[in-house]
Design a protein. Structure first.
Length: 277
């Protein structure tokens, strides 16, 4: 999950913004720390050259330094954030090689469902993509709000029931990168992780062909079972029986799961009222 080791253009741009922001902030932090020690050293009791002025109240030069440096810092940080937020708009198309891959993501309790509508396949807790191809994610939640994040590819984005968010990414280097949930969603949240396998274009085509032969079929019935609260330790692959399944989930034609339940209650002896924790 090394965000300082980006494997795609979005994560690389975010790393640059992070480093630039830290450098701008250090430009005020480091001189301030140095000034603290310098003032403490100069105005020490044994320094007879230090001028004692108990009635001193105002200095225009000091005021200019005190206000101008933070103002410049805010302007620079604001400029970096403004430019970066427009250049890295999650829905802004990312250029790449090959055919763009459309992936529909559904966050569940406590697992991730990935639907490849054009390839007519689906997976749980494993994501496979071709290197260099634009990745066009459509995201929703089949339960409570969550957050989809592949740190080395960039751009954490929220998933919410009843709506669809969009995210454009690209992976440039083959390898396996960890994806996580970035929003607490109940007891199984710590296990809500997945591996992102970045493979060659040829290997991706072979993987799609092999997955399409899976003996498991994803449709409304199997989805409803999948949506039940559970932690999947082993990735699952499906043949996609219903290419409109994602639309039914996001439009709530398939009712959303109730979300995490309160599991522990304790009676308050002084009131007789349940104290739910």
């Amino acid at each position: 999950m090394n965000i300082l080791d980006p494997q795609g253009p979005i994560a690389a741009a975010e790393k640059t913004i992070l480093i630039d922001s830290i450098a701008i902030m250090l430009a005020i932090v480091i001189p301030t720390i140095i000034a603290i020690f310098a003032f403490a050293f100069w105005f020490r009791q044994s320094n007879t050259k230090a001028e004692y002025r108990p009635n001193w109240a105002y200095s225009g030069r000091v005021e200019m330094v005190v206000w101008s440096i933070p103002a410049l810092t805010v302007i620079l940080l604001g400029g970096v954030a403004w430019i970066g937020s427009h250049d890295l708009d999650p829905a802004k198309p990312v250029q790449g090689t090959g055919i763009p891959i459309r992936i529909q993501v559904v966050s569940l309790d406590w697992k991730w469902l990935f639907i490849y509508p054009d390839q007519r396949i689906a997976t749980v807790n494993t994501l496979t993509v071709p290197a260099g191809a634009p990745l066009r994610f459509e995201l929703t939640s089949g339960s409570v709000m969550n957050a989809f994040f592949i740190p080395q590819l960039g751009s954490l984005i929220y998933t919410m029931n009843g709506m669809v968010t969009h995210l454009e990414l690209r992976a440039d280097e083959e390898g396996t990168y960890q994806g996580i949930s970035g929003h607490f969603s109940g007891d199984g949240f710590p296990e809500m992780m997945f591996d992102t396998h970045v493979v060659s274009q040829v290997a991706f085509s072979d993987w799609v062909a092999a997955t399409a032969k899976s003996d498991k079929v994803l449709n409304t019935d199997t989805y409803n079972k999948l949506a039940e609260q559970s932690i999947e330790k082993t990735p699952i692959t499906y043949r996609l029986d219903d290419p409109e399944l994602f639309g039914k989930i996001s439009s709530q034609q398939i009712p959303p799961a109730p979300g995490p339940k309160l599991t522990t209650s304790e009676a308050r002896p002084e009131t007789g009222v349940n104290n739910v924790r």
